[in-house]
Structure formats: C-alpha cells, structure tokens
Design a protein around this ligand. Structure first.
Ligand code: MN
Length: 201
C-alpha cells in the first residue's frame, strides 16, 4: 500500500458485528474516522521524502519525530484500523488453537488469564489508544499503546488489537468501555487472523 493510499474495503458488512458493534458505529468509525486518516495522509505525503514509500515504511520512518507527528499519526492510524478490522469477525471469539494456543498458555498460564490481562490493558489504557497481543521474539505478550502508536516500530509483531478510542464504542456503550471490551473479546475476536500473523515471519 503506497500513495495514493486507499481506504481498503471492510472485510464484513457494516451490520455484521451487531449487536456488539452496531452498523451505526461502524459507519462512522470506518466511513468517517478511518477514511479521514487516509485522506489526510494523501494530503500530507506528496512532496515529502516519504513519497513513494509504503505505509509501514512511513510509519517506521516518522515514529518518534516530533516534526513529523502529523504524518506519523495519520499513517499509523491507517495501518492500525486496517489491521483492527481484520481482528474482528461475525461469530468470532472462542479460544485460539495450535501454536498460538501453546504460546498463550506458556505466557499467561491459561486462556482465561490471557483474557483478563488483555481486557485489563484495554480498559486501563488512559485516554485514546490500543490494546495488543504481540509476538516479541518467540513469546507472546499483551501491550497497550497511546493514540496512534503501534508496536511494530519497537520490533513487536502485532497479532490482535482492540481499538479503545472512544469513537470505537461511545455510540453503543457511552462510558462503559469494559462492557465493550469484554463483548469484543468474547464474541468478535478473529483468532484465525491472529494465527496467520503469528505464522508470518
Ligand atoms: Mn478507531
């Protein structure tokens, strides 16, 4: 994905994730928020040293550069949202299997312990941000990031994420972020996508 960047199609219909995430929330989150990050990026990149670079290259090249925060924030949010949609599916949830299940049991002791830690990261991220399951070397771990920050700039490979910006849940849950987070984990997480990410090196 390089400039001009395009808004990738949602991998499901806007109503597919209801009632956990309503069509109304998806319409704004995808059609307005995600689209705006794409549109902003296409305005910011032309004429800069980042022209012609891939999205991931731009994120890595601008991370931590205060004078490039506008490009970083929009590029990272395009990446984060494209990744996030693939972390969700209708009738998702359940538990991981195979290699990923083994790594989760090794890191957390059990799926239930993992779930507690993942939910806690999502619920306690202060303000806007993301909770992630990442591969870090041979192990998996739960991390959280603020605003647009993404773990791959630190060498951690994202496996799954939950968006905890208020725009991800406020229309459906208002201030009840824990209810949203637990429902996403139990009913929407796409463990097949996480397993594909773990297998991709
Ligand atoms: Mn979002």
């Amino acid at each position: 994905m390089a400039e001009p960047f395009v808004l990738p199609p949602l991998p499901f219909a806007e109503a597919a994730l209801a009632p956990v995430i309503s069509a109304n929330t998806l319409s704004f989150h995808y059609g307005k928020h995600h689209k705006t990050y794409v549109d902003n990026l296409n305005k910011l990149v032309p004429g800069t040293e980042y022209e012609g670079m891939s999205l991931e290259e731009i994120v890595k090249a601008t991370a931590g550069k205060v004078d490039k925060a506008g490009i970083f924030n929009n590029a990272a949010q395009v990446w984060n949202h494209t990744f996030y949609w693939n972390c969700l599916r209708k009738n998702g949830g359940g538990t991981p299997v195979g290699d990923l299940a083994g790594k989760i049991n090794a890191a957390f002791g059990s799926y239930d312990n993992f779930k507690k830690e993942f939910a806690n990261a999502a619920i306690t991220q202060f303000g806007s941000g993301w909770a992630w399951l990442v591969a870090d070397g041979d192990a998996v771990k739960v991390v959280k990031t603020a605003n647009a920050e993404v773990p791959f700039v630190k060498g951690q490979r994202p496996l799954l994420t939950i968006d905890v910006w208020e725009h991800a849940y406020y229309l459906d849950y208002q201030n009840r972020r824990p209810d949203h987070v637990n429902a996403v984990i139990d009913k929407l997480l796409n463990w097949d996508f996480a397993a594909q990410n773990l297998a991709r090196r």
